[in-house]
Write a protein that binds this ligand. Structure first.
Ligand SMILES: O=C(O)[C@H](O)[C@@H](O)[C@H](O)[C@H](O)COP(=O)(O)O
Length: 224
């Protein structure tokens, strides 16, 4: 694991955008289509704002969500809506994007269908993830229903997840999909998440799902 800290939140966001652009560029030099997986949540927005202003061959980039809340895009919790409004703008508006929520299929059918269709993309080339203070990443939450299946070696690309106490179901890239990614970046802020990251190193992947990617990831952190 590489740990990089930044003096301000703005410096963090700008640096992560530049690093992701560099990783996308090097992947584009080697592959016709590059798969870029990104998280939702409240942290990455400014990274997306900076990244979409960087001129690269976005028409050859396929954006995927690391996870989604199982809600339509007009719902406040929709990650697809976040990506469309903050990343798929400017130069990045040319990127391909596959939303996950389906009004017609149930979550299990959607997981099977999308896993099949998206597997043609191959391994994720560039992966950005967040982390919760409970050491979850994507929607792989400790003790969540569906976590065991999501961590199986033969887990399909996308899996349904239900978290006790959360009304909205989740949809997540599975552990094998995250583990197989090329360039892995974790974006976190604040002392609570830094402390959680330190705790995670001594825990199992089931106890701390961030461990699925942590060993070969670059962690980008600022205090604010
Ligand atoms: O759908 C989501 O919420 C994200 O994909 C999730 O994995 C997020 O990265 C963490 O929960 C951190 O969220 P914050 O950035 O809001 O702290």
């Amino acid at each position: 694991m590489i740990f990089q800290d930044y003096p301000t939140r703005d410096a963090l966001m700008q640096a992560v955008a530049s690093k992701l652009a560099a990783d996308l560029q090097s992947a584009l030099a080697n592959r016709d289509t590059v798969t870029f997986a990104v998280p939702g949540g409240t942290t990455p927005g400014p990274v997306f704002d900076a990244l979409c202003q960087i001129d690269l061959d976005w028409s050859r980039v396929h954006v995927l969500l690391s996870d989604e809340r199982w809600v339509p895009e007009d719902h406040a919790q929709s990650n697809a809506a976040l990506i469309r409004s903050r990343l798929l703008q400017g130069y990045a508006s040319k990127a391909a994007f596959t939303p996950y929520y389906s009004a017609s299929d149930d979550i299990n059918t959607a997981a099977d269908k999308l896993s099949q269709s998206l597997s043609a993309l191959g391994a994720i080339d560039v992966l950005l993830l967040g982390m919760g203070a409970d050491m979850h990443t994507a929607s792989l939450f400790p003790k969540a229903a569906g976590l065991e299946a999501a961590m199986a070696e033969d887990a399909q690309l996308l899996v349904p997840i239900s978290i006790a106490g959360q009304e909205v179901q989740r949809f997540s890239l599975s552990a094998p999909a995250l583990r197989a990614a090329g360039a892995k970046h974790i974006l976190i802020t604040g002392d609570e998440k830094r402390e959680a990251l330190n705790q995670a190193k001594d825990l199992s992947e089931a106890e701390a799902p961030i461990q699925i990617v942590l060993p070969d990831a670059t962690v980008h952190w600022s205090a604010a």
